[in-house]
Design a binder for this molecule. Structure first.
Ligand SMILES: [Zn+2]
Length: 192
């Protein structure tokens, strides 16, 4: 490749290949990004993100079904019991599930701002979009995401309730705390 024309052609080809690869393989921008948290060097404040929420879409069909909302662990051995208990106890047709690994611990510690922002965003959709009025905060024994004692789970639920109350969703009529026992079936209500 001693001919300067060949070298130029070679460089142009390499440059074009790199540019095209970047355009093809780079991930697309998020179509609906999480609200940007304002960094203030202070503790995360739910009020900071609330203003960034968009309106719930108006062209989503509404039904007459009654809906509740649950914040429960992603563990498939735990959340089905929560949903069944909530539907039966409050005579609901459906329950929106907001989930992560050990969300009682995540919300109680109030440190992971992106996860808490996502929980708040989904809760808002459930309350305003599905008219959810009963929120169940659930913990369960043998939780991988929040591997603490049963007593500590109860404390996490109580702390989490205070954080959720700080979101100030006035439409919420009730926040119920529950614990799923090791048998994966028994759901007990925890005093607030
Ligand atoms: Zn869990």
């Amino acid at each position: 490749m001693k001919n300067p024309k060949n070298i130029r052609f070679f460089l142009i080809t390499i440059g074009t290949t790199i540019t095209l690869s970047f355009l093809i393989f780079s991930p697309p921008p998020f179509s609906n990004p999480l609200p940007q948290l304002k960094e203030k060097g202070k503790q995360f404040s739910p009020a900071d993100i609330k203003k960034d929420f968009k309106e719930t879409p108006k062209n989503v069909e509404k039904t007459n079904e009654t809906c509740g909302c649950a914040i429960a662990c992603m563990d498939g051995k735990a959340y089905p019991a929560v949903i069944a208990w909530q539907k039966k106890t409050y005579h609901l047709d459906s329950v929106d599930l907001i989930t992560d690994a050990g969300p009682d611990g995540i919300v109680a510690q109030n440190k992971n701002s992106p996860i808490i922002a996502n929980i708040q965003k989904n809760l808002e959709l459930s309350i305003h979009g599905h008219q959810s009025r009963i929120l169940v905060l659930a913990a369960h024994e043998n939780c991988l995401g929040d591997p603490v004692s049963t007593e500590e789970h109860c404390e996490h639920l109580r702390k989490a309730k205070k954080i959720i109350e700080g979101f100030e969703f006035k439409e919420l009529e009730k926040i119920v705390l529950v614990l799923v026992k090791k048998d994966r079936k028994t759901v007990i209500e925890i005093s607030p």
